[in-house]
Design a protein around this ligand. Structure first.
Ligand code: EPU
Length: 423
């Protein structure tokens, strides 16, 4: 990309990656055809479709709709070749043990944003009566019938909350999940499960109460919640390039703190009467301090983009990462563009520069990739982002959408196979 363009116009966002992957896993809980709409056309959906096919499901995509036909007796094994490409494959663990009495899922291993343990997933399933062993690189969970229990999570883990929810809906008796994550994607998953016949109380709060049922039914249509991280990426892109972007179906209520930070940085943010929100900026951004936290805190998935914003802001900002410390890997790449960033433990101090300077850089994960592209838009001259296939994992038609907003950017190589599981 060649820096200097001001992004302006309208953009829409597809359904959330981090929701739809779990909705697809939840379909395993009922025999028959579940149909999801607003499904983003991204690589991770293709990988999860393959995970489900290998479990015996038929998965068909028509436009933004995905039909998942689940057999009476699905398989119960998810192989390493898929799990290593997409860590979110672990979301089939809970549904499979609940539905089949046994699940064998490859351990994902490390990835570019940290070691990401599964201890809370395992401890929760054990509380629900499963035996869980780790053997030959697989996690094997067994339980003829799970039984409801009280589970307290040490940290509101998104993945553990989802796996335990999907296990508890078919368990015998009542399960209470305390300190549960309450991201909008979890609310979306709860909504689908309720449509399937699950009994869940406390949806959207940090205490979920699940009354297990004997059977769930497939669902004829469920629309995936719009992707708040993609919407937030466009919002930050508008502020960064001193642009004017309408995110036509963005849900401002899912981005309250992030949009408030952009207002502090000097942007005008408004919700639009027809839905969506608009971000306008006509000045150099002011530096903004940000602390990432589980929802409703500032999302870790927007931390690289806010670091890029602060890199060209007026002043000095402190950015604190509380969820994935290894996300600082991205700082080395941003520094290649001339950013002045120092990290120490959870903290990064960013001293804003008037201008970044275009250079070749490398994307190590989805969000770092998107943030490097945004930084390139405000760098002097040409920036080349290598391994940009990471961005395909979570952003639908990213380059054409950037072009439609006026960015001088093009895609040079065909997508490559991602080497590692992320996201
Ligand atoms: N953790 C543990 N033990 C566990 C579970 C989590 O130590 O048993 C730790 C992790 O190591 C991490 C923290 O808890 O430090 C948060 O992990 P969490 O389980 O909340 O995250 P996740 O389910 O692995 C999802 C998203 C991430 C997003 C995080 C936080 C998906 C597929 N992934 O990951 O998305 O950053 O929640 O919001 O839903 C991305 O889209 O780029 C991405 C990385």
């Amino acid at each position: 990309m060649r820096g200097g363009a001001r992004l302006a116009g309208e953009v829409d966002v597809a359904g959330a990656k981090n929701s739809v992957l779990k909705l697809m896993a939840a379909a395993l809980l009922a025999e028959g055809a579940t149909t999801l709409s607003a499904v983003p056309d991204i690589l991770d959906v293709a990988i999860m479709s393959e995970v489900l096919r290998r479990l015996g499901c038929t998965v068909q995509r028509v436009g933004g709709t995905l039909r998942i036909d689940v057999p009476a007796r699905p398989g119960h094994e998810a192989d390493y070749d898929l799990v290593r490409r997409m860590r979110a494959s672990i979301a089939v663990l809970g549904p499979l043990v609940a539905r089949c009495g046994e699940a064998k899922v490859a351990l994902p291993g490390g990835d570019a944003i940290g070691s990401r343990g599964l201890d809370m997933h395992v401890a929760g399933l054990v509380k629900l009566g499963a035996t869980v062993e780790s053997e030959h690189g697989y996690l094997i969970a067994r339980a003829p019938r799970l039984t409801g229990a009280q589970v307290w999570l040490d940290f509101p883990s998104v993945g553990a909350t989802e796996n335990l929810l999907m296990a508890a809906v078919l368990a015998k008796g009542t399960t209470q999940i305390d300190n549960a994550a309450r991201e909008p994607e979890i609310v979306d998953l709860c909504d689908l499960l309720v449509q399937m016949g699950a009994q869940i109380g406390g949806i959207g709060t940090s205490t979920l109460e699940v009354e297990g049922v004997e059977h769930l039914r497939p669902v004829a249509e469920h629309a995936t919640v719009p992707d708040r991280i993609v919407a937030g990426t466009w919002a930050i892109a508008a502020a960064l390039t001193r642009g004017d972007v309408l995110v036509s179906n963005g849900r401002a209520e899912h981005l309250e703190i992030a949009l408030d930070k952009l207002t502090t940085a000097g942007a005008a943010v408004s919700t639009e009467p027809g839905g969506g929100f608009r971000v306008r900026m006509d000045r150099r951004p002011r530096a903004v301090d940000v602390v990432t936290l589980p929802y409703p805190g500032f999302p870790t998935d927007l931390q690289p983009m806010v670091l890029a914003l602060n890199a060209v802001a007026d002043g000095t900002a402190m950015v604190t990462e509380n969820v994935f410390e290894a996300r600082w890997m991205f700082v080395n790449e941003l520094s290649r563009l001339g950013a002045d960033v120092r990290t120490d433990g959870h903290h990064a101090v960013v001293r804003g520069r008037a201008q970044l300077s275009g250079a070749p850089v490398t994307a190590h994960d989805i969000r770092a990739g998107a943030a490097l592209v945004l930084a390139g838009l405000v760098a002097d001259g040409v920036t080349e982002v290598a391994e940009v296939h990471h961005v395909d994992r979570g952003y639908e038609r990213f380059v054409p959408k950037l072009q439609s907003l006026g960015a001088d950017v093009r895609r040079e190589a065909a997508p490559e196979e991602p080497p590692l599981a992320l996201g």
